[in-house]
Design a protein around this ligand. Structure first.
Ligand SMILES: Nc1ncnc2c1ncn2[C@@H]1O[C@H](COP(=O)(O)OP(=O)(O)OP(=O)(O)O)[C@@H](O)[C@H]1O
Ligand SMILES: Nc1nc(=O)c2ncn([C@H]3C[C@H](O)[C@@H](CO)O3)c2[nH]1
Length: 216
């Protein structure tokens, strides 16, 4: 069974370059919530993965999965079980979403068995902020951010991931109607430079958190 807790656990999600890290950081500062950051540079396979996805996908996906498993176990132990609130720059579901895109069938079948074992009882976010954005915006932001290894990202890979996110979020709302999903238009909202846009997001989040608390 999934680990239980009452504190707000907010996940920021969306495709590569949507603005998850930027928004999660700003929210953690605003609310003074613990920030769970996604590791990127520590993944020793990621740059090789971008050079040859088929060759390196299994190692890459397994590394992300094991790393996030450990992060979320620690998060429960040190934060959520003690009543501390958290904002995270990912949701564990993204592992499966990427893996379905990158793994060959026989590797995916093995991966899914391990994924189900590892994630079955992990704590799940109780509010999701989903940033979607057009392919042009995502490519622009990835290029402006300038991570060397991401220069070879194929736009069709990104397009496919964005479509998978859309589908996943729609399904999630049907399966878990009790978990609010706040969808943000990443093309139009500039929460990085525009305080007004950021405070509109905070208003929506405040409302979702208050509603959740009143149901407890
Ligand atoms: N809404 C926004 N308006 C303008 N610029 C933004 C916005 N969101 C993010 N950016 C800029 O786009 C770049 C990518 O943002 P960020 O690293 O937060 O994305 P991410 O979703 O965390 O990416 P990844 O999936 O790679 O972790 C950064 O340079 C950031 O400053
Ligand atoms: N293959 C793969 N699987 C994942 O679970 C995953 N999570 C993040 N990423 C990539 C996207 C950005 O380049 C960079 C930062 O998010 O790492 C992933 N890539």
């Amino acid at each position: 069974m999934t680990k239980q807790f009452d504190a707000p656990f907010i996940a920021v999600e969306g495709p590569i370059g949507a603005g998850k890290t930027s928004l999660a950081l700003k929210l953690s500062e605003h609310y003074r919530f613990h920030l769970l950051e996604e590791i990127v540079d520590e993944n020793p396979f990621l740059s090789k993965f971008y050079e040859d996805i088929d060759e390196w996908s299994f190692q890459t996906e397994m590394f992300f999965l094991c790393n996030r498993f450990k992060q979320l176990e620690d998060l429960y132990e040190n934060q959520l079980s003690k009543g501390y609130s958290v904002v995270s720059d990912y949701h564990i579901f993204k592992n499966h979403l990427f893996a379905k895109q990158t793994l060959r069938d026989e590797h995916l079948a093995k991966y899914e068995r391990i994924y189900n074992i590892l994630t079955g009882d992990l704590p799940r976010p109780n509010v999701i902020l989903y940033i979607n954005a057009s392919l042009d915006t995502l490519l622009n932001r990835i290029s402006r951010r300038g991570r060397e290894m991401e220069k070879s990202i194929d736009p069709s890979y990104l397009q496919q991931l964005s479509g998978d996110y859309e589908q996943f979020m729609r399904d999630h709302q049907h399966v878990y109607p009790e978990i609010p999903v706040i969808t943000l238009d990443g093309d139009r909202l500039d929460f990085v430079a525009n305080p007004h846009d950021f405070s509109r997001i905070v208003d929506q989040l405040d409302e979702a958190i208050t509603k959740k608390r009143s149901l407890l």
